[in-house]
Design a protein around this ligand. Structure first.
Ligand code: SAM
Ligand code: SF4
Length: 339
């Protein structure tokens, strides 16, 4: 494989299995204004604020990734829009779109802060948002988020639409919680012009529940949908893990993110960095490198050296197990690694 295309250009990030890394997910904070039952405990321990990288340091590290061929950066968390002065980072990275190799900056959010931020995100160059919404039912939403208000999320989605942002709704399928609500959520979202992706719950982090009590197979859900909808597989490649179908009756696109029933690791093009500069090569494995130390003690050359080390150690795939009594794949929760 050609690892450089121009003289003087830095080598691309290609892992030990020949997969090129073009997508960085950056968790800018592990804090959040909701407490989703599949994501974190009711009283989580957050990373010490003193350990956080500054927004300027995050920008420098993003530049290091862009120089090595990363073309897409997703800001996530925790809730990215609760990080203080987050617009500084968004403006910095937005200014890199279209030059320096960055093609897209996007965001995953619970939408609670969007009434305040949507227009500014659009001005900064963001075009697409993933918004997490698991149900339209206020009581079930409150149960799943431990106290969230669905009206607030819906107001955020409306603000994003008004700002011209393309919204994709992400919903985690939860056994006996929201699984029977999903057809209504999909009909509503498609009616509003939003794509939807359903996600299988993953055993990352201790959330105080056996994951087998939460897990629903999306293969089974798809079969249930086929009893009343006509689903046609689409070849769309969004660069993410969703496999899309067109729903004839609603006229919208529906994605299935099925890490358990349809492992997608062979085409993995991403890595994840925490707000403290830990770079994880896989959501479901423990291997990491410390980019904060590399940046602060060694500078850009050391950051590049650790990126090469990361590529040599990126595992082939996760080993998630949601059978009753199975151990959690990794101790850190989704908010820390960045979903
Ligand atoms: N707070 C933002 C949000 O909820 O959109 C961004 C961070 S959140 C960790 C990113 C995504 O991870 C959300 O779509 C959420 O539903 C999903 N998620 C969290 N924990 C999960 C788990 N254990 N299994 C599957 N998806 C999970
Ligand atoms: Fe917060 Fe997102 Fe995790 Fe829910 S899924 S607790 S909104 S970080």
């Amino acid at each position: 494989m050609d690892r450089t295309s121009h003289i003087g250009e830095k080598p691309k990030l290609i892992d030990q299995f020949g997969r090129q890394i073009t997508y960085l997910r950056l968790s800018v904070t592990d804090r959040c204004d909701l407490r989703c039952v599949y994501c974190m405990k009711a009283r989580p321990e957050f990373l010490p604020k003193a350990d956080l990288l500054s927004l300027e340091e995050l920008t420098v590290l993003c530049d290091a990734f862009i120089a090595r061929g990363v073309t897409k950066i997703r800001l996530t968390g925790g809730e990215p829009l609760v990080r203080k002065d987050i617009l500084t980072l968004i403006d910095n990275l937005g200014a890199r779109i279209g030059c320096a190799g960055l093609k897209e900056l996007c965001l995953t959010t619970n939408a609670t802060q969007l009434p305040r931020y949507a227009m500014r995100l659009a001005e900064a160059g963001i075009k697409r948002l993933n918004v997490s919404l698991d149900t339209l039912d206020p009581e079930v939403f409150s149960l799943l988020t431990r106290g969230g208000k669905v009206e607030q999320t819906l107001a955020g989605i409306a603000a994003a639409k008004a700002a011209g942002l393309h919204v994709k709704i992400n919903a985690v399928a939860m056994k006996n919680r929201n699984d029977t609500h999903l057809p209504d959520l999909i009909r509503w979202a498609h009616g509003e012009g939003h794509d939807v992706s359903l996600i299988e719950v993953m055993p990352v982090g201790d959330v105080g529940a056996d994951r087998s009590t939460q897990f629903v197979s999306l293969l089974d859900m798809r079969r249930q949908f086929e009893a009343f909808w006509t689903l046609t597989d689409l070849a769309d490649d969004t660069g993410g893990p969703s496999r899309y179908v067109q729903v004839k009756e609603t006229g919208g696109r529906l994605g299935f993110i099925s890490p358990l029933t349809g492992n997608f690791c062979a085409g993995c093009n991403r890595v994840r960095m925490t707000c403290t500069g830990e770079l994880f090569m896989c959501l479901g494995q423990n291997g990491s490198v410390d980019l904060r130390r590399a940046l602060r003690e060694g500078g850009p050359g050391e950051v590049d050296r650790l990126l090469d080390l990361a590529m040599a150690t990126k595992p082939l795939q996760h080993e998630f197990d949601v059978t009753p009594g199975a151990k959690t794949a990794v101790a850190r929760n989704m908010a820390r690694t960045g979903g």
